[in-house]
Design a binder for this molecule. Sequence first.
Ligand code: ZN
Length: 458
Amino acid sequence: MFEDTASALFGVEGLQVTGVEAAPDGAIEVWVVTDCEAARACPGCGRVSDRVHETVVTRPRDVRRAGDAVDLRWVKLRRKCENHECPRKTFTEWVPGLPPRCRITARLREQAAHEVTGRGVTPAEAARHAGISWPSAHEAFAARAGALLDQDPAPVAHLGIDEHRRGRARFAIDEQTGEYTLLADRWHTCFFDLDGKQGLLGQVEGRTADDAAYWLAGAAPAWRDAVRVVCIDLCSIYASAVRRMLPRATLTADLFHVVQLAVKAVGDVRRRVVRARYGRRGRSGDPEYGIKGLLVRNLEHLSAAQFAKILDTLDRDRYGQEIAAAWIAKEKLRDVLNLRARVTGSVPSERQVRDRLFAFYDWCAQHDDIPELITLARTISRWEDEITAAVLTGITNATSESLNRLAKLEARLAYGFRNPANQRRRVRIACTRGYRRRSRTATPRKTHSVTGRKPDPG
Ligand SMILES: [Zn+2]
């Protein structure tokens, strides 16, 4: 409880404002004294002392007032301990908002930590605004982030696993051979809550099956049992980690990457055919070049004129027909994925999915003179169960990919990270910030008088 209005507005429990002056540099000088019974007690023995040894003025950093810097002057007493057996001969006063040996108020630390965790400001920028050093701001942020992130994740029904490049790959030229050798290529394996309640659950350094399994092994057995579906990109490394650590979960392949494979196959065929036909790479003016943008579009998004343009171009000769076969294979594969409940409104049966997959294989087999289609069909058949499960459940890794974008943005804001632990902390805070905001619920606050007196409007 504060005694006077100025102290209440200043708002540090245990400090009483005695004077305020405008400093020449636009800051305001706030003079305070200690107004706290507990501050008189010796921290060594707890005995209350009334003997003053000396008076000292400290200038701890404090939060700004309405945008202006505050130059805080705390006149505090060094007291003598009156207990002769106490090892502490003297002690200075302190209050909870400004613990001993602290040159920064607790609320300024809190503010700097909140800037980084809550608002996505970098520690360097938060430190500049608060007028404190980067290590102080970063330490405050790390303490707060630790409290937020150290809790064990709640059970997750749908888990996403994806890799994330931690920084640029580094190469060096070998003096003897003149070839490039890879010095560093650093990756993180990230685990996401695809139900959209917890964001990024955790990361480990590296992207091998053992790295992914290591993180999963660290989770509680009950948590692992709760995972029903795991979505991964077409990555056999993570598939083996999941089969080892989560044998009961259904593995699904991210359908975006499935379509991406098919689109790539169409492009590969087009480039090969153009080279065979003209003896050079494609250039603008070639009919095949003119439709390359249309070939990657979804069939249902093509206008009648665009569809006619594709048919016109590809129907002319055997080269065009080869591209057409790849394009139709892509659309046949998309037919499988279009059975998803999101598209049709009802959950398909496994039979339907396998039938359409068969139609795709059949088409590829009829065009076994096109090597790209054979490769595509082989890859798809290797992932057939995972693709079928993805179509049946409709679960994709879209959340993972969107959070990966946030992770990249964070690395850019920081101009890259040297310290992987700092990077993981920052990225995880960034990738859970939105979820924290959403889960916050309004708590009713009791109103109470802070000065101990009723406001007097007269
Ligand atoms: Zn003492």
